[in-house]
Ligand binder design. Structure first.
Ligand SMILES: *Cc1c(COP(=O)(O)O)cnc(C)c1O
Length: 459
């Protein structure tokens, strides 16, 4: 590095004139301050994460958490011998989460951290597949005659499609209807046969934020198992809800209180309030996690079981998760989540008052507000236009069709997160009202003849 660079004003430098986005590594090194500024500036036109109403993922952590995480970036979560205290902290998180999910016996449960719910769902799905195979063989089923299948509502998140593609499983979807907007527990067993590895219940359907009725599902599965002498299990995809419901609706039974719920996953980076990526999965009993899926890594001269798909990754997210549990406590999480819910319900009421929207979710379970334009309303614009208008004020809001069966319905969704306070909500409400007034006056509509499609992320 030439000395000259270090004393040069950043915006007078040669580097500031060159393209930052390269196809090939630079030949010479660059001064760190200069590199920092130029790379950072390259991201300047991106949306402000706090105004990203499309994502469930955490967009704010306290400075102490950020500092702690930054100071532990170098710790590799898989190196249990080198970082035994980190390993203990991971296990403490699993114990805390197991307890929040009412696991009947902490000594029998087993679980792990993951990169996110996607990895956790892969593990949950694989465990069900291996267990099904063993039991199907014992029942004398020809396991090669047809593909095994997984039963889930059509409101599934894309990770389940991935799981089924990667592991050659048929994804059997139970269509949602407009009345339930979640799994139809009256119909779900019609989709089950000898080749069903399990049923996935979703606590927090990505599209609408609704909860599947897991208790009802459990009753149906219990009857089915008794009648058919089977051990069909339920995996709960609680990516968003499993870190929300325990604090806000502790009496709602959706977790290990239900006999046939064998495993649950969640995203620590959604309502666990940690930056991406951390997820968790817990099996109620080791018996639901086939041995073949457990590997050992060395730990303090002995061995420790691991079941994650990923190997190396930073332990800092796990430490961030622990910080939150330790710092907020149960009541802290509860206060944050209840307030977030209040914010969502306030937004929902304000949108309903405008009079031209049908509300699909008013935020009283997960703090998600989701609505469509009333079909009978005669306006010259659609939800894509509204999304564009809101974007002018920095709000990123998705508009997208509902899943199969309901895919002629275009909806819009606001995901409220812990860092989205009542004052931000008031600004948003004002901006929505203003946008609607302006759209009603405007005679140019950008998206009038567009087919229904997905605009913005819906994960
Ligand atoms: C977000 C989400 C996922 C995927 O979670 P990641 O942590 O982003 O991998 C899976 N299922 C549901 C229901 C989700 O909401």
């Amino acid at each position: 590095m030439s000395k000259k660079n270090m004393y040069q004003p950043i915006f007078g430098s040669e580097a500031s004139k060159e393209n930052v986005i390269l196809d090939k590594i630079r030949t010479e090194s660059l001064d760190a301050t200069l590199a920092y500024r130029l790379v950072k500036d390259q991201l300047i036109n991106e949306g402000n994460a706090r105004q990203n109403m499309a994502t469930f993922c955490q967009t704010y952590m306290e400075p102490e958490a950020t500092q702690l995480m930054a100071e532990t970036f170098e710790k590799n979560a898989i190196d249990k011998t080198e970082y035994p205290s980190t390993a203990k902290i991971e296990q403490a998180c699993i114990n805390i989460i197991g307890d929040l999910w009412n696991v009947p016996n902490q000594n029998k449960m087993i679980g792990t951290s993951t990169v996110g719910s996607s990895e956790a769902c892969m593990l949950g799905g694989m465990a069900m597949k291996f267990k099904w195979r063993k039991e199907a063989e014992e029942r004398g089923i020809d396991i090669n005659k047809q593909k095994p299948n997984l039963v889930i509502s059509s409101g599934y998140q894309v990770c389940w499609e991935k799981f089924c593609v990667y592991w050659d499983i048929e994804l059997r979807t139970v269509p949602m209807d407009e009345e339930h907007m979640s799994i139809d527990t009256k119909k779900v067993l019609d989709y089950v046969d000898e080749y069903t590895i399990g049923i996935v219940g979703i606590l927090g359907i990505t599209y609408t934020g609704k909860y599947d009725n897991i208790k009802d599902l459990d009753n149906k599965v219990e009857e089915f198992n008794k009648k058919n002498n089977r051990n069909l299990g339920i995996h709960v995809d609680g990516a968003s809800g499993a870190m929300f419901a325990p604090f806000t609706t502790p009496d709602l039974e959706w977790d290990f209180r239900l006999k046939n719920v064998v495993s649950i996953n969640t995203s620590g980076h959604k309502y666990g309030l940690v930056y991406p990526g951390v997820g968790w999965i817990i099996w109620r009993d080791k018996e639901f996690l086939p041995e073949e899926l457990i590997f050992n890594v060395s730990y303090l001269g002995g061995e420790m079981p691991t079941m994650a798909i990923n190997f190396s990754r930073s332990a800092s997210q796990v430490i961030g998760q622990y910080y939150n549990f330790y710092r907020f406590g149960f009541n802290g999480y509860k206060e944050i989540h209840l307030r977030t819910r209040e914010v969502a319900m306030t937004i929902s009421e304000a949108i309903e008052e405008i009079g031209i929207f049908d509300i699909y979710n008013n935020g009283d379970n997960l703090p998600i507000v989701c609505y469509r334009l009333k079909p009978e309303v005669d306006v010259n614009w659609n939800l894509y236009d509204l999304a564009d208008r809101l974007q002018m004020k920095g709000w990123q809001v998705p508009a997208y069709p509902l899943p199969e069966n309901l895919d002629s319905i275009l909806i819009q969704r606001f995901v409220c997160r812990g860092d989205f306070g009542m004052n931000m909500a008031r600004s948003l409400i004002e901006d929505i009202k203003l946008a609607v007034t302006e759209l009603n006056k405007a005679n140019v509509s950008m998206h009038k003849n567009e087919k229904i499609h997905t605009q913005g992320f819906t994960h």
